[in-house]
Design a binder for this molecule. Structure first.
Ligand SMILES: C[S@@+](CC[C@H](N)C(=O)[O-])C[C@H]1O[C@@H](n2cnc3c(N)ncnc32)[C@H](O)[C@@H]1O
Length: 272
């Protein structure tokens, strides 16, 4: 497996230094999504990663990539992201944690991935596919870089339908201010099957995150407030209290659906 582009020109960062610091306070150092190691382990449950080659698509600041490298002892894990600040953080953390012989990190612009066909045994992703609106192109690309017989194991933030988002959902997406391209589990599963994946499964994590997010908001307003303000300032924290409040509404309504996804690339010669 070779990377055609190492540290290529990345897109303008949405996950800048302030976002990395703030989300580190909320979700743990190097994590840009909720649930910590336990949620990652749940995404990966039952998959033997020992000695395998893994892609972490949309790896962010590398907390999860390094958890996988440390805990599951793959031969190699490659964290890929389109943004440079998160990749710089991830590289520094890999060196600091003595994991740079197993974990390496690559930034390149969105689109075709800088990896050969069939480069990985496992493609993992945590809450990053939401940023890719063209799900069909996304899954075609993830299928391409998986070996025949390889596994896709992911978590992402989906929406409950493919119609116009409700006014509450529109408020929430506007509050985030991030490039969300949300789609339903039906669209994800269809795009996965169209790409050639077999045995596609989507498991809603709405009930879990609905409760967790309520606790996160309470902690942000209470015990975490001073630490968050020290990290990013009052205005930034106030904006995020508004965002979490808007998010809770659409978690409670069920329109915002964090979801785990699993599928496999059929072994050579086997058609799905
Ligand atoms: C919510 S963060 C999750 C990061 C990491 N997986 C985690 O859970 O800590 C979403 C990540 O997706 C990345 N991203 C955005 N667009 C992307 C794309 N087209 N391809 C790959 N990653 C992308 C962002 O830069 C960001 O690091």
């Amino acid at each position: 497996m070779t990377a055609a582009v190492e540290d290529g020109a990345a897109a303008e960062p949405e996950y800048d230094e302030a976002a990395i610091r703030f989300l580190g306070v909320m979700w743990g150092e190097g994590y840009l999504s909720p649930g910590g190691p336990a949620e990652v382990d749940r995404v990966l449950a039952g998959i033997d990663l020992t000695g395998k080659s893994i892609l972490d698509f949309g790896c962010g600041a590398g907390g999860i990539t390094l958890h996988i490298a440390r805990t599951y002892r793959p031969a190699e894990i490659v964290g890929y992201d389109v943004e440079q600040p998160v990749i710089e953080r991830a590289k520094a953390a890999a060196v600091a944690q003595g994991l740079s012989s197993i974990a390496r990190f690559i930034a390149s612009p969105p689109g075709r991935l800088p990896f050969d066909d069939g480069a990985f045994d496992v493609v993992f992703s945590k809450d990053a596919m939401i940023h890719v609106p063209d799900k069909e192109a996304l899954f075609a690309e993830l299928f391409r870089v998986l070996k025949p017989g390889g596994v896709l194991a992911a978590s992402d933030w989906l929406i409950g339908h493919d119609g116009e988002p409700s006014p509450d959902m529109q408020d929430y997406i506007a509050a985030e201010g991030l490039s969300f391209g949300m789609a339903s589990s039906c669209r994800y599963l269809r795009a996965m099957a169209q790409a050639g994946f077999a045995d596609g499964i989507a498991e809603s994590r709405n009930a879990w995150y609905r409760d967790v997010a309520r606790g996160e908001l309470a902690r942000l307003k209470g015990p975490l407030y001073a630490e968050a303000v020290a990290a990013v300032g009052e205005v930034y924290v106030a904006k995020n209290i508004r965002t979490w409040t808007a998010m809770q509404k659409v978690l409670d309504s069920g329109e915002h659906c964090p979801t785990h996804l699993r599928a496999s690339r059929p072994a050579a010669g086997i058609r799905p």
